[in-house]
Design a protein. Structure first.
Length: 127
C-alpha cells in the first residue's frame, strides 16, 4: 500500500511517527530479505560441496549422477537471487522515505518577522 502524501503545513507528529515507523519497517524488511538471499546461496554452496566430497559407495551408472551435486547450489541460487532482487529495492525505498521524512521534520518554515528585510541568502536585518 502506497503512503499518502500529506500537506506538510498540516502534518502532525502522530502522522509523522506512523509514516516513519512504516519507512523503518520497509528498510528492515529489505535488509532481512537481502541477508536471507545471501545466506541461501551460501547454504546451497556448502551443501553442494558436502555432497561432492562424500560420493555414494555405489554410484549409479546414470550420466546425471555427477550433476546431482549441483542441485542444492542451483536451488539456493534461485531462491537467494529472488530474495536479493526483492530485498535491495525495499531497503532503498525505506532509506529514501526515512531521508524524506527527516528532511520534512527539519524543514524550517520561511516566516519572516514584521519589519524585517532580507538581503543576501541567509542574512536578515531586523529593525
Amino acid at each position: 500500500m502506497a503512503q499518502k502524501i500529506n500537506n506538510h503545513d498540516t502534518l502532525y507528529i502522530d502522522q509523522f511517527t506512523k509514516d516513519m515507523h512504516k519507512a523503518i519497517s520497509i528498510r528492515r524488511a529489505g535488509i532481512i530479505l537481502t541477508l536471507s538471499g545471501i545466506s541461501a546461496i551460501v547454504a546451497g554452496g556448502i551443501t553442494s560441496l558436502i555432497m561432492a566430497a562424500n560420493p555414494p559407495a555405489d554410484p549409479n551408472e546414470d550420466f546425471m549422477a555427477d550433476l546431482i551435486d549441483l542441485v542444492p547450489i542451483a536451488l539456493g541460487s534461485l531462491a537467494g537471487l529472488a530474495c536479493i532482487v526483492v530485498g535491495v529495492p525495499l531497503k532503498a525505498i525505506g532509506e529514501s522515505r526515512i531521508d524524506a521524512k527527516a528532511m520534512l521534520s527539519l524543514k524550517m518554515y520561511d516566516i519572516l518577522p514584521k519589519n524585517s528585510m532580507a538581503f543576501s541568502l541567509g542574512l536578515t536585518l531586523r529593525f
